[in-house]
Design a protein around this ligand. Structure first.
Ligand SMILES: [Zn+2]
Length: 150
């Protein structure tokens, strides 16, 4: 397991919001609470918790008050959910998949266990289909741009 502190970059889907974070370890977690499910449109959301002081916003983000106790960074142009932060307190969460390379992180716990949708937890063994082998998707990309996205 990699434990060296590392500077990692990330941002939203359209590239308007960018951040640089100093990451101390690989630990991350899945939040299943209903507010995160609603805010991200996902059955759960992978978060990396870290001190706010370790996050530098190079451009953006936008923020909205998601409850009386918390606010969430996002991109108003493309809608990407970028994290979660209590209004008071030193830490915050960044969405794992917003990092340019999310592969470092590993889930170490679940939060919001009262609203876990258990049928989505263990998906090992289900058919695994690649985007570059889905002909309808490939044909659309080739027609629109001449190539598949990186
Ligand atoms: Zn964006």
């Amino acid at each position: 397991m990699t434990q060296a502190a590392e500077t990692m970059a990330g941002g939203c889907a359209c590239g308007r919001v960018r951040f640089t974070a100093t990451i101390a370890d690989d630990e991350a977690y899945l939040c299943h609470c209903r507010m995160c499910q609603r805010a991200t449109g996902s059955v759960s959301i992978a978060f990396k918790n870290l001190p706010q002081a370790k996050v530098a916003w190079d451009s953006g983000p936008d923020w909205y008050d998601s409850s009386p106790i918390a606010k969430r960074p996002y991109c108003r142009e493309c809608g990407t959910s970028l994290g979660f932060q209590f209004k008071e307190g030193p830490n915050m969460d960044l969405t794992v998949a917003a990092f340019d390379d999310p592969s470092r992180f590993k889930p170490t716990s679940h939060f919001g266990a009262e609203s876990i949708h258990r049928q989505w937890i263990s998906t090992e063994g289900l058919p695994e289909n690649r985007t570059d082998q889905h002909q309808g998707l490939v044909d659309r990309w080739i027609a629109a741009t001449g190539k598949m996205p990186d």
